[in-house]
Ligand binder design. Sequence first.
Ligand code: SF4
Length: 460
Amino acid sequence: MSGPVKRLTMEELDRLCRQRQAAGAPMASYEGPLARHVADGDRRLLKLQYDDSPAALRLWSFLLTEEERLHAARAAGKRIVGTMKDLGTVPVMAYALPNLVAFYPDGAWWTPCVMELSEGLFALAQSLGLGEAMCPVRAMAGAFVNREHFPIPDLLTCSVGATCDDFSAVAQRLESLGHPILWWEMPSRRQPDPGEPAVTLPGGFVAPESQVALVRSELERIRAALAELAGLPLGDAQLAAGIHEANRVRAILRRLQHMAYAAEPCPMPALEMLIAEMLAIHFCSDRAESVAVLADLLDEVRRRTDAKTGVLPAGAARVFWVNPVADLRVMNLLEDCGGRLCGTEFLFCHALDAIPEDLPPMEALARMALADPMVGPSADRAARIVRDARAFKAEAIVISRIPGASHCAMEGSVIGQIARQQTGLPVVELEVPPVADPLWPTPATRLEALVETVLERRTK
Ligand code: SF4
């Protein structure tokens, strides 16, 4: 067994970067010290702790250079698609065309955290009537106004229907500001009636065939718009190839989850796992590179698992985490309190499921879109959380709430109640704002108490 792997400060990670540069180690063109992003305002990076590996350096560099990548794509003549809300479907279609790049403007959700509120996006949103009673996704509207983050897309798509009120309100406000949106309907997933023709979706939920057909017809409108934007046909052959490539990313991620969440001691920190899982939804604007980045991370996890080494002492409390944290630093906090991740449901678990490759591509994509845990009843989402928490041998569940998020007000308690009843595990709900520093003792105390409870339960 080797010694434990340290977590690094940003300065230490940057030192590793400079050492690799000086040694002529193979590095991707976008890799470099994180300090360059702090100079651009990403001040939260100074307060995070990082994994000590070239794979983590590559992951962070890849994440933090996405806006540059989007601007470079436009300069190279590619067309930009802003895909909003569906989390994992339309980008699979867009990347099937060689001259399109898709990204989620929704990702501005994290900008106030990364820039520690210095970027003024919430104030801009407020000036548009999108106040602090709403989810941090309102930052997206500010980013469309000040144009200092992502390029304004050539085409904007947004799913509506079974969509949270916050997102609908923000997207409608964008349209009123002169950003046309191609809306597509996502029905609220329901249980099939007795005898009604139904299909099992990727991930295991069941839906009536008629709902799948509706989504398929809506996605046909998206297909036509993407083809028109690209000036190229988007036939079944191109879509099937796009699905195959998306499945490569998803397969690596599932492998990474299974190894990282099962191995003892924990071989990869929670924060890097959150960032890695996020690559599933739109490949961080470069599908081929996301495969390489994730493969490096998987190799690192495999090496550590074989060497029986990890980033935390063996025996850390195994925590299943529900919902993404608005403040990334809280992922570090979990480990500082003696916990580790052993499974997640960050609102887009369907984006990690394999898309069926034995079906006509539009049927496969429609089934996958309808498998989104957020478009069905909270009880469905809870059932998947219970199933996955059991599979990953969780000892506790944390539900992080997002301030102002309309679905969090009730959904957290519904999921918590079902999870408690069905697993018997301790469940904690935490509210995490984009910068949680002023409230730090609250999540710290609650996570410490949760870890103590887990350790006590082991002795019984
Ligand atoms: S309310 Fe929830 S689902 Fe809606 S945008 Fe915010 S985090 Fe996403």
